[in-house]
Ligand binder design. Structure first.
Ligand code: NOJ
Length: 571
């Protein structure tokens, strides 16, 4: 069937500075990615998403871009991207880049020019400069806070050296927000897109896609703005949609569908759907699932929300359990589960909790969750290291931490370094094979137990995370066809999620009573998250079953009465 490639793609997220370092400077690079490209091919993914690798002072590791038409020298060159695209296409993989257009770097020539230009000048109008309030304009224009902590405004020094106007930065002060009501900004970014599309890039992940336009009157944030329908003045303004219509026109002008997926943090399915109109983005991450605790009903509810959005928008969901902004799922699921609903004003906090971790438990659950995720209709984004079962590294010494969240909160919040530690490739090599040439230390220290997680060790182990991911990716399309809708089956208890799509069944047991499969169903198990042979599906594990081998494949053919606890409840 002829459907766009992204509809059911598995996309591997490459956090380049931590993937593989070819030149021995301790920082991952494009040559390293190309050297280890076979890892992606053997894993069986369809595409890769490169976190930003444009020229950048790296204050937010590439999310602060100084030149959108250049690659940062520590990562390589534009020619290296062209070569990567060629390698990828030759292997049948697509390449997505990251488009960061809410803000640029304070080293971008536009911002340097704006600082040197007077208030009210065209150079300043590319950003959000405003006079301060209070005596001598000493106070910021309003009370907005930056996502990374502290105020969202910084006072600039005028060319005379005097304190002057304030500029808005939704994130770090080194990331000034752009003024998307200025047509020059719009044209510039369409040129940026064309530049990379011309090079063969297949699409973009759009950074903070709900944030590019702020309320024009810059009102103070009040209690009314908080919560589900608050109309937050920094986010999700109606004019933002015009940007994506323009970007779609650019993408579509290439004759074949180039792809956009949005990082969109909005509250409620209706808001998310508005970005998925036929002339806007192809997909949006469904973060609702990522912020849920390990709990059957909560996970099912989040999946249902995603499916509903997909049904109404006609856009298959983009699922993910990890990315470079949240604690790794092994750690999250190994912590004590917090069943309070995530704070709608700070959804990410639910995925960045600290506290003791039972890693064995977390790993078992993360393996089961992977099976559920890969059984869902839509695309799945896998963050590098997820396939190795890496945990969040809470042991990083303070001095090594670099995340602006850590720096701006003066250490009160750990930030995101712990999910960005370089990948271990070879258990016995220096820096676990992260650097191909001996040289500097990796940019973040790697914990000693990474030896066990190293790719070369996991490849030899039939029960490893890596083997499980390879197996699942190999089976996924034959069991779960992109066109097959999801049907929930009645599980033997509310603690069991069981879904069917086409010829595939996925059963995940959250509860303490093992699910006893009928003989036929047990014979038709094609993958299980818990290693070993077991006629049951024990707690915190999942199985894929080939439904074609279970005649009738209805609930009553799947489990024996031994596993049914009381009357089955429709979840
Ligand atoms: C979201 C990105 O995923 C994150 O890593 C970054 O710090 C912020 N946007 C700011 O660009």
């Amino acid at each position: 069937m002829n459907r766009p490639w992204w509809v059911d793609a598995v996309v591997y997220q490459v956090y380049l500075r931590s993937f593989c370092d070819a030149d021995g400077d301790g920082v991952g690079d494009l040559a390293g990615l190309r050297a280890r490209f076979s890892h992606l091919v053997e894993l069986g993914v369809d595409a890769l998403w490169l976190n930003p690798c444009y020229a950048s002072p790296q204050r937010d590791h590439g999310y602060d871009i100084a030149d959108y038409f250049a690659v940062d020298p520590q990562y390589g060159s534009v020619d290296d991207i062209a070569a990567l695209v060629q390698d990828a296409h030759a292997a049948g993989l697509r390449v997505l880049m990251d488009m960061v257009a809410n803000h640029c770097s304070d080293q971008h020539p536009w911002f340097v020019e704006a600082l040197a230009a007077p208030a009210g000048s065209p150079a300043r109008d590319r950003f959000l400069f405003r006079d301060g309030t209070g005596p001598d304009g000493k106070l910021p224009p309003n009370n907005w806070g930056s996502v990374f902590g502290g105020p969202a405004w910084t006072r600039a020094r005028e060319a005379t050296g005097e304190p002057g106007q304030w500029y808005l930065h939704s994130f770090d002060s080194s990331q000034p927000d752009l003024n998307w009501r200025n047509p020059e900004v719009r044209e510039y970014f369409e040129d940026v897109l064309r530049f990379w599309f011309d090079l063969g890039v297949d699409g973009f992940r759009i950074d903070v896609a709900q944030g590019m336009v702020v309320a024009s009157d810059l009102p103070d944030l009040t209690a009314e703005h908080r919560g589900v329908a608050g109309g937050h003045p920094m986010w999700d303004q109606p004019e933002v949609h015009e940007i994506y219509r323009g970007w779609r026109r650019v993408g579509d002008s290439y004759g074949e569908e180039r792809y956009f997926v949005g990082e969109i943090w909005v509250q409620g399915a209706d808001r998310l759907r508005s970005y998925l109109a036929p002339d806007e983005l192809h997909q949006a991450f469904h973060f609702d699932l990522l912020v849920q605790p390990w709990h059957a009903a909560r996970i099912r509810e989040a999946i249902d929300n995603g499916l509903r959005t997909s049904l109404v928008s006609g856009r298959p969901t983009a699922w993910a359990l990890n990315n470079h902004d949240v604690h790794r799922v092994v750690t999250r699921y190994g912590q004590e589960q917090d069943l309070t609903r995530p704070d709608p004003d700070d959804l990410l906090a639910a995925a960045r909790r600290t506290g003791p971790v039972d890693l064995e438990l977390g790993r078992a659950r993360a393996r089961a969750a992977a099976m559920l995720l890969l059984a869902l209709p839509g695309s799945v984004f896998v963050y590098q290291g997820e396939e190795l079962g890496l945990a969040e590294d809470f042991s990083l010494p303070d001095h090594a931490r670099q995340d602006p969240i850590w720096l701006r909160s003066a250490g009160a919040q750990l930030g995101r370094d712990g999910c960005r530690v370089p990948l271990p490739w070879a258990a016995d090599a220096p820096s676990f094979g992260f650097s191909l040439r001996p040289g500097s230390e990796p940019w973040l220290p790697m914990p000693a137990d990474f030896a066990d997680a190293a790719v070369d060790r996991q490849e030899q182990d039939p029960d490893s995370f890596l083997t499980l991911y390879r197996t699942l990716l190999g089976l996924r399309r034959s069991l779960f066809d992109a066109d097959d809708p999801l049907e929930w089956l009645v599980g033997p208890s509310p603690d069991v999620l069981a879904l069917r799509r086409g010829s595939g069944l996925c059963v995940l047991n959250f509860g303490s009573v093992p699910v006893s499969l009928s003989e036929q169903a047990a014979d038709a198990v094609v993958a299980r998250s818990r290693p070993g042979v077991d006629p049951t599906i024990p707690q915190d594990s999942a199985a894929w079953i080939d439904a074609d081998r279970v005649p009738g494949a209805l609930e009553r053919h799947l489990w024996t009465s031994a596993s049914v606890q009381g009357a089955p409840t429709r979840l």
